[in-house]
Design a protein around this ligand. Sequence first.
Ligand code: NI
Length: 191
Amino acid sequence: MAILKIARMGHPVLAAPARPVEDPTAPGIRRLVSDMLETMQDAGGTGLAAPQVHVPLRLAIFFVSGPRAAREDGEGGRGEDKNVPLTVLCNPTIEPLDREMAMGWEACLSLPGLAGEVPRYTSIRYRGVTPTGEELVREANGYHARVVQHEFDHLDGILFPQRMRDMKKLVFTSEMKHLAAAGEALAEIED
Ligand code: NI
């Protein structure tokens, strides 16, 4: 186990599409996942993609805590998405189940100190291969869907500011109190 260095915006590894994982069950992948988990926990993130630790492979890890999802989704949140256990996916794909998008605040370990308001599909289906070689298929809504879209974007070299519609909504987290005064949501994803 090792804590890996996290690439920050501007490093080319974050801007290029990552390569497919040839064998998700390979010992090298298991070691990488173990190190990514330790790195994510150390950094306090809810997700981490391999390019963020300078490994250009299509692999991401994430989880959603029940209380966090409940806070982000509010009363309208859907019960099945409240708790998502730690998930490791290789070569994932994603399809929107609805054209509806919602705005929400996100942050990223590769853009430390910043947060932005990002549109994301509210309802998706995603699939990928786990490190035991099984295919996983899930449907996700709300905050869960947002986390997945953010993580999988990393595999295509996309960072959250590139999804933003209004760059005035790219702010330092330390200044978000001013948005709170304006009635803005303070929700954010740290990954
Ligand atoms: Ni990120």
